[in-house]
Design a protein around this ligand. Structure first.
Ligand code: RIB
Length: 309
C-alpha cells in the first residue's frame, strides 16, 4: 500500500456562522459558533486516510488542551502520529473562520506550526524516507520545504505541494515538485506571474494543476489544456474543500491512477466534502465516493448534480 506523508499544519478552527460580515470598527451579531479540527496539513491527512491510504502526519502542537484534542481526533482517523513534535511554551495553531452563506474567510495564528521546521524534519528523516508520496502546504516555514524537497526529489519521491496560503516559490523548487496545486488566485503569487492561468499552465505541463472552485480544475497535458469539471452541489461550508481535493488527489496518484482520473477523484471528494459544516466532517470515505460514482454519474447527471466532461 502507498504510504503518504503529510508534512504540515494542524489547527483548532474557531468558526462563527453569520449572515453579515462586520466592516472595520463595526460590531454585528453572528448566528452560532463551533470549534472543529482543522489546519491544512491535518485536513489533507484526514482526507487521504478516509480514502483508505496509510497516512503519517508530521506536524507540531503545543503542550496544551487543543493539541491533545486534535491529536486524539487524528488518531481516531487512523493517522500515524509517532513523530509529532510536542513544543513547550507555545500554543497549538488556531484558525478564526467567518462562515457566511457557504463561503469563508480565515485568519490563522500559526503558533506551534512554526516549529514544523527543518530542524524537526532532520530528526525524522529516516522514517520519512519510508513514505512514497509527500504532501505539503504553506502554513509551515518555507525553509523546511526548501530543505526537504530537494532531498525527496533526489530519492525519486512523488512530491505534491498545495501552495496555500500563497507565497512565492523559487523556480528551482518548482522544478523539483511533481504536482503543484494552487487555486486560480494563488498561482500568480506562487509563480510570480501575471499571465492568465490558460497561458501559465503551458510552461508546466502535467504539473501545474489550477483549481477553480465550481468551475473545475485545469492543467496542460503537453498538447492541449484539459478541463476536469467539478461536482455541482450547493455548498454548506467550503472550508477544507481544497484540502480534500489535495488529499484525495494524493491517494489516487499513489494508487497509479492517471493525472486526469486523479483530478476527477479529487473533484468528487471535494464536492462531497462541502455538504457538511466544518473542514473535516464532510470528507468522504472511499465507499461514499464509489457509491457516488456507481449510482452515480448518470442519475446525478440527470439531477444536475454532477457534470461529466
Ligand atoms: O483550508 C482550511 C483550513 O485553513 C482550516 O481548517 C484552517 O485551519 C486553515 O488552516
Amino acid at each position: 500500500m502507498t504510504r503518504i506523508a503529510v508534512i504540515g499544519s494542524i489547527n483548532i478552527d474557531y468558526v462563527v456562522e453569520t449572515d453579515v460580515l462586520p466592516s472595520m470598527g463595526e460590531t454585528v451579531s453572528g448566528k452560532n459558533y463551533f470549534l472543529s479540527p482543522g489546519g491544512k496539513g491535518a485536513n489533507q491527512a484526514v482526507a487521504a486516510s478516509r480514502l483508505g491510504a496509510e497516512v503519517a502526519l508530521y506536524c507540531s502542537v503545543g503542550k496544551d488542551e487543543n493539541g491533545s484534542i486534535l491529536l486524539r481526533k487524528m488518531a481516531k482517523e487512523n493517522i500515524q502520529l509517532n513523530h509529532v513534535n510536542h513544543v513547550e511554551g507555545v500554543a497549538t495553531g488556531a484558525a478564526f473562520i467567518e462562515l457566511c452563506k457557504g463561503e469563508n474567510r480565515i485568519l490563522i495564528v500559526p503558533g506551534a506550526n512554526e516549529f514544523t521546521n527543518s530542524a524537526y524534519i532532520q530528526d525524522v528523516l529516516t522514517d520519512l524516507y519510508q513514505c512514497d508520496v509527500f504532501l505539503f502546504q504553506l502554513e509551515t516555514p518555507m525553509e523546511m520545504l526548501e530543505f526537504i524537497i530537494p532531498l525527496l526529489h533526489e530519492k525519486g519521491k512523488t512530491i505534491i505541494v498545495n501552495p496555500a496560503p500563497a507565497y512565492r516559490l523559487s523556480e528551482t523548487l518548482v522544478e523539483k515538485i511533481s504536482y503543484l496545486i494552487p487555486n486560480e488566485h494563488e498561482y500568480k503569487t506562487v509563480l510570480g506571474t501575471n499571465l492568465p492561468y490558460e497561458e501559465i499552465i503551458k510552461s508546466h505541463p502535467n504539473k501545474l494543476i489550477i483549481t477553480r472552485g465550481k468551475d473545475g480544475v485545469t492543467y496542460f497535458n503537453g498538447r492541449e489544456p484539459v478541463q476536469v469539471q467539478s461536482v455541482a452541489v450547493t455548498p454548506v461550508d467550503t472550508t477544507g474543500a481544497g484540502d480534500t481535493f489535495s488529499g484525495a488527489f494524493a491517494v489516487a496518484i499513489g494508487e497509479g491512477k492517471s493525472l486526469k482520473e486523479s483530478i476527477r477523484f479529487g473533484n468528487i471528494a471535494a464536492g462531497l466534502s462541502i455538504l457538511k459544516k466544518g473542514a473535516q466532517s464532510g470528507m468522504p470515505t472511499k465507499e461514499e465516493i464509489e457509491e457516488f460514482m456507481n449510482i452515480g454519474v448518470s442519475s446525478h447527471e440527470s439531477q444536475g448534480l454532477f457534470k461529466s466532461n
